[in-house]
Design a protein around this ligand. Structure first.
Ligand code: CTP
Length: 215
């Protein structure tokens, strides 16, 4: 099977020395890429900057911005059977890039931000993807309700939901605890290392893919 995975943060440049980003480590997406490759699947990992080693037998494309990630996904997703969006994509990017370093002038400063493309939401609509589509939801409140709303709005077959308000799990941690949100039910997975969870999530995705009939 051909699998596309997005992972890690994006970086939105403000000027030559500054950017906007987030706390994503990329660990969950890389663990999923490694687990799919271990099962013998052909994996393309599209990742923002991380400190991680590229898993064995995984094709890799490095990107920086949300726009670069969107363009890369757009060119490859048509060939894929399964797409998993684990990246923490910036929702906003500076309206303009300052070609010279911005000097301080005293007082306060405002930065105008504009919306980036929602890559996951574009998968079914703009990119016409009809394979198995899996998203992630990082929430600090109403985990299941917010994640289920994303499942419907972004036309996913599965959302992997995690509570990022708990410092023991999520973002930079090696461990995680997730809910698997399916269209008709929710399955909690017990807390585990991101490596162990990746195996369980891969199994769940492959099971859905087996049952899934493209529209
Ligand atoms: N996502 C994406 N492109 C974006 C924003 C998010 O592909 N520009 C994907 C993420 O990779 C993840 C899912 O959408 O699979 C959910 O991301 P999240 O940040 O939780 O949701 P948002 O849609 O940004 O919703 P909100 O910020 O309102 O919670």
């Amino acid at each position: 099977m051909k699998i596309l995975i997005t992972a890690g943060p994006t970086r939105e440049p403000i000027d030559p020395v500054r950017f906007l980003s987030n706390r994503s480590s990329g660990k969950m997406g890389y663990a999923l890429a490694g687990a799919f490759a271990h099962e013998g699947h052909s994996v393309l990992l599209i990742s923002g900057p991380t400190q991680l080693e590229i898993p064995a037998n995984v094709d890799f494309i490095s990107i920086q911005t949300a726009a670069e990630m969107a363009a890369t996904v757009a060119s490859y997703i048509g060939k894929m059977d399964i797409a998993v969006f684990a990246a923490a994509v910036a929702d906003y990017t500076p309206a303009a890039f300052a070609p010279q370093k911005i000097k301080k002038l005293g007082g306060t400063v405002s930065l105008e931000l504009i919306r980036t493309q929602d890559i996951l939401s574009s998968a079914r609509t703009t990119f016409g993807f009809n394979g198995t589509l899996v998203g992630f939801a990082a929430e600090t409140e109403d985990l299941e309700a917010n994640a289920r709303e994303k499942l419907v709005r972004k036309q996913c077959n599965l959302i992997v939901a995690n509570d990022v308000s708990d410092p023991a799990i999520g973002f930079d941690s090696d461990d995680n605890q997730v809910l698997l949100i399916y269209p008709n039910h929710t399955t909690p997975l017990p807390p585990a290392s991101k490596q162990a969870l990746a195996m369980a999530i891969v199994e769940a995705i492959l099971e859905i893919h087996g049952k899934f009939t493209p529209v």
